[in-house]
Design a binder for this molecule. Structure first.
Ligand SMILES: C[S@@+](CC[C@H](N)C(=O)[O-])C[C@H]1O[C@@H](n2cnc3c(N)ncnc32)[C@H](O)[C@@H]1O
Length: 342
């Protein structure tokens, strides 16, 4: 995605009051690259922004070099890699020579057993150190694979099932020269738990969330635990029915208030991987107390995130329908109120 120009960019900007690129037959095609790969201190290679990137901007849209559907997932442990080595190898064997070279150029972390092995396999460690889980599948995306990990990352990703592409987008503003970061692991875990999970990548995270002083780190750990618990509590009874009883209404109001609190802490903790889900929870929780403007605004925020990856995914369509329905309910409410006045 780099710019190609038919002649060098003129060094003198203005020639007889005419911008020099207009006075010559000058044109460029392609979009300016917004990132570059270079060394990142203590982390090997990394991806850096070459200009400021606004939140919501799609940075990568990449098809997997290798995509596998492992048979069995063990929660908290992951996939038994021995069982899937064959799947990885078969997918790799089917690649072109260039694509194979691109995969083999990626960085791998080897376990001590792998290091000691006389004829060590390189493909599985490369896959383990670079691949992403998206639902029931694991994909290796050679360009995205250069992004280093952060526990409060500035990018997040979604899988576009229709196009078969991984979409990486900016979850907050990224300044020119800033390194892109992404999370390799689920972030609703304490610092200690995250450290254990990152072990398979062979590094200890020194990101701003991990480098906090003890008190602040404890507070961040507690917030992450609270968020995880709140997700469980909300998801178990997230329906759109508006309660009729007084006690039901009271409970729904408490839930709506709690959903606002949840939005606040997820945003404070900058856990962008969860934004779309918490906005959906807040939207539905507000619809249950017929707080339509808030419900519509949260539904729209969730919709906008899902839309970046795929305009036709189930989630995008659900949030689009909820947004429209909440706006319609708000209009009906205003119309009824106006009629009551007449
Ligand atoms: C998916 S690759 C990322 C790109 C890699 N730095 C490279 O040079 O190709 C994962 C590897 O990068 C390094 N890495 C990623 N995030 C890191 C971090 N936050 N701190 C230190 N090393 C990191 C580790 O060696 C890890 O096994």
């Amino acid at each position: 995605s780099s710019v190609t120009c038919n002649s060098p960019i003129p060094s003198s900007q203005y020639l007889h009051d005419i911008p020099s690129w207009q006075s010559q037959n000058f044109s460029c095609t392609g979009s300016p690259a917004i990132h570059t790969i270079r060394n990142s201190l203590g982390k090997g290679l990394g991806v850096f922004a070459t200009r400021a990137i606004e939140p919501g901007m799609v940075i990568f849209h990449e098809a997997p070099a290798i995509l596998i559907h492992p048979p069995e997932f063990r929660d908290g442990v992951g996939y038994p890699l021995s069982g899937i080595a064959q799947l990885i190898q078969s997918a790799f064997d089917a690649l072109s020579a260039d694509r194979k070279a691109e995969v083999m150029s990626l960085t791998a972390h080897y376990t001590s057993a792998e290091k000691a092995s006389p004829n060590r396999d390189e493909l599985v460690p490369i896959f383990r150190s670079n691949a992403y889980n998206s639902g029931q599948q694991i994909g290796l995306y050679p360009k995205i694979a250069r992004i280093n990990h952060g526990c409060r990352p500035n990018t997040s990703y979604l899988w576009n099932a229709r196009l078969g592409k991984q979409v990486v987008y900016a979850s907050r503003r990224i300044e020119e020269g800033e390194e892109l970061s992404i999370s390799y692991i689920p972030l609703l875990h304490t610092h200690e738990e995250r450290e254990k999970r990152l072990d398979q990548y062979g590094f200890k995270c020194t990101c701003e969330a991990c480098a906090l002083e003890k008190d602040e780190k404890d507070a961040s750990d507690q917030r992450r635990k609270d968020i995880r618990q709140a997700f469980t509590d909300f998801n178990s009874h997230l329906t759109l029915t508006v309660p009729q009883s007084k006690s039901g209404k009271k409970r729904a109001q408490e839930k709506a208030d709690a959903s606002l609190q949840l939005v606040k802490i997820v945003e404070e903790e900058e856990l962008a991987d969860y934004y779309a889900q918490i906005y959906r929870i807040a939207a539905i929780s507000h619809a249950k107390v017929e707080a339509w403007p808030a419900a519509a605004q949260f539904a729209l925020k969730s919709y906008q995130i899902y839309l970046m990856a795929d305009e036709q995914s189930e989630q995008t369509i659900e949030m689009q329908m909820l947004t429209s329905s909440f706006i319609e309910s708000w209009n009906n409410h205003l119309r009824n109120k106006a009629m009551q006045k007449d």
